[in-house]
Design a protein around this ligand. Sequence first.
Ligand SMILES: Cc1ncc(COP(=O)(O)O)c(C=O)c1O
Length: 419
Amino acid sequence: MAMSAPTSPHSFLLQNPNRHHLPTTKPISLHPSPRPTKPISITCLASVQVHDRPAAAAQDRVFNFAAGPAILPESVLRKAESELYNWRGSGMSVMEMSHRGKEFLSIIQKAESDLRSLLSIPSDYAVLFLQGGATTQFAAIPLNLCTQSDPVDFVVTGSWGDKAFKEASKYCKPTLIWSGKSEKYTKIPCFDDLEQNPHAKYLHICANETIHGVEFKNYPTPKNGLMVADMSSNFCSKPVDVSKFGLIYAGAQKNVGPSGVTIVIIRKDLIGNAQEITPVMLDYKIHADNNSLYNTPPCYGIYMCGLVFEDLLAQGGLVEVEKKNVKKAKILYDAIDESKGFYRCPVEKSVRSLMNVPFTLEKAELEAEFVKEAAKEKMVQLKGHRSVGGMRASIYNAMPLAGVEKLVAFMKDFQARHA
Ligand SMILES: Cc1ncc(COP(=O)(O)O)c(C=O)c1O
């Protein structure tokens, strides 16, 4: 009886879509029916490039203190790994799916609904999954919320707020009502002292300055009630009362996913007034009317965000997540403060970030050695941002307590050896 034998790894997979392990040069015995009098033995001579790969071992991973792209939860990576090749019996990877197919629609809808649960997003707010990073939002926000002559107030507590301010000045008339630049961005102003323009369209803040490690613990009240916040680096790190904001935006690549996804949460009545010059890709109405599917969205990134949202919900939601973040940050700041000046965090204590912990060494000449030795101990990306120097440990949601404890133990040991 004529049997068609697989002649290449590719044809083998086409015929055996659920077999991940390709045949080697071992003979394959085929038992056609009706039962043959003699088994046929066929040797597959195709050279096989895909090998069984042992699951990546947890001990091979480092503690990654990068500011973003950043550490992701191990359970999420494992789940994505298990679904990479064939997503839930669809026969495809998420990367191969049509963004208009029922499989991907279920992914994006679940991601949105889980994010809504996590942040208790009111129904009069739209959730948009966009591209272009938070940097694109620096332009999109004034283009959508202002005319060219509208005033806007900015409180600038670090480099990202400053960039947002500069970009906005191309599309509206922003005023810097407070800047922490002269004090090297280590503070947040007293809200009572802010001289807000009563006609400002909105008040813009960066809720957590990733480079300088300055975080708003509560928020000023904008004169016209409209606050806009860049939450890129503390998004989903703690509960937030969304109803206090007109618009929240965040790049995903710090706390909730890979780079390539930007999330905008916007009060629906603010949508639909974009300036005429607004590119179609920056017009919130286009994206809201099309449920973030006007053009091809960053499908795999949105899928990963969805897995992270599921994971955060499984942890008990953002109240529980915040408790863990407070505990991790306390251990690290305590170690810095108790080092008798060997380590120093320049940020005023009351506004220190739970997510990004910048610190310097009293003996600055030891900083390169610190980073090098830490990397040898599998703690990487501890160098501070090039614009400020020193060190920075980003301890986002996905950084386990064990990672912070290991860093603190290393810091104490380093101090004992170099003090
Ligand atoms: C607070 C904040 N805003 C904006 C950005 C810019 O984000 P993107 O690179 O996604 O445009 C960053 C990037 O690190 C950031 O930390």
